[in-house]
Design a protein. Structure first.
Length: 328
């Protein structure tokens, strides 16, 4: 019977630390630090996991987000009974409170980066109304700029695009019934474009530009949720394969071909279909999100369990999975 050296052409290697690159996939090695034999298997999104990040300074729900997992911006939100203008920045370890929005609000559409973001529309107190106002973030402060064509709230926590080429879609103009409205931002003005096929609010969103986006889940009207997924090509929306679980008020990150949707469950999109992957430690809805541009990294920030929470979780996808060999 052939041994490992005869099969592979070399003996079992001794390493002080576990390898983390795909070139080791299929190998067996001896970890001299731990004193055990291990195998290396392929990683990928199905091996992705959530881990605790730093707590935000203010617990809330229905906030908006921009940026990446390790360079995120979360802004606005709701902490009963008040809407908020609070802005916080994340460096991968801790949150720092920065300058507030000019208009307190919740459930607006956020997109962009940690240093160049857009907050569009939303629901405001004490005016108790849907706001058309849009604000631009320059890394230090917010400035009011051009308004959206249709004021609304209950948009995706993270939409598609950059501060000069963005997209918002869905939402509600009355707080009860979802809309299919789509508007594109070119850095100076908003243009209304073709509607979603399934009108909805509190949906998940993803996309890196205003010409390629993904809309998933959401609520057409209270209390119904949908699993519908649609892709935007710059002109129109096309229906694709549904999520495995219909839901609303979720976080979303990524692109039209590689995305992640998360709340009570986590699902990964590969451009064709959704796959259920590992859940967060704290199931929640009404959360803020940052990450992308694919489904390999994400940040779930605050949200609602039985109360509003301040904790965050970070999603990471490993290139390889290390398993310890055991004897029985």
């Amino acid at each position: 019977m052939a041994n490992y050296k005869e099969l592979e052409g070399f003996g079992v290697q001794t390493l002080a630390t576990d390898p983390d690159t795909p070139g080791w996939v299929g190998s067996i090695f001896y970890n001299s630090t731990e004193g055990v034999f291990k195998t290396v298997k392929p990683g990928g999104v199905t091996a992705g996991t959530w881990a605790s990040g730093g707590n935000m300074n203010t617990a809330r729900g229905q906030s908006s987000g921009a940026g990446t997992r390790d360079a995120a911006l979360i802004f606005a939100g709701y902490d009963f009974p008040s809407n908020l203008a609070i802005t916080e920045s994340y460096n991968g370890t801790t949150w720092t409170e920065l300058n507030d929005l000019n208009t307190v609000r919740r459930s607006g559409g956020g997109f962009g980066t940690q240093t160049a973001a857009i907050m569009a529309s939303g629901y405001s107190d004490p005016a108790a109304s849907f706001m058309p106002q849009v604000e631009s973030w320059n890394g230090t402060s917010w400035t009011e700029i051009a308004e959206v064509n249709t004021a609304r709230s209950q948009l995706a926590s993270k939409n598609a695009g950059s501060s000069t080429a963005g997209l918002i879609f869905g939402g509600s103009t009355d707080g009860t019934v979802g809309q299919g409205l789509t508007e594109s931002w070119n850095g100076s003005a908003w243009t209304e474009l073709n509607d979603l096929n399934t009108a909805r609010k509190f949906l998940g969103g993803a996309g890196t530009t205003n010409t390629a986006a993904l809309a998933f889940g959401g609520s057409p009207s209270d209390p119904t949720n949908t699993a519908a997924t649609e892709a935007w090509n710059g002109t129109s929306w096309t229906e694709l394969n549904d999520m495995n679980t219909a839901r609303s008020q979720m976080g979303g990150v990524g692109s039209s071909t590689s995305a992640l949707g998360f709340s009570v469950q986590t699902e990964a999109w590969n451009g064709t279909s959704w796959t259920e992957v590992n859940d967060m430690s704290t199931a929640r809805t009404s959360l803020g999100s940052a990450g992308g541009p694919g489904n390999s990294d994400a940040l779930a920030a605050t949200g609602l369990t039985t109360t509003f929470v301040a904790n965050t979780e970070e999603w990471t996808v490993p290139e390889v999975v290390i398993n310890t060999l055991t004897t029985s």
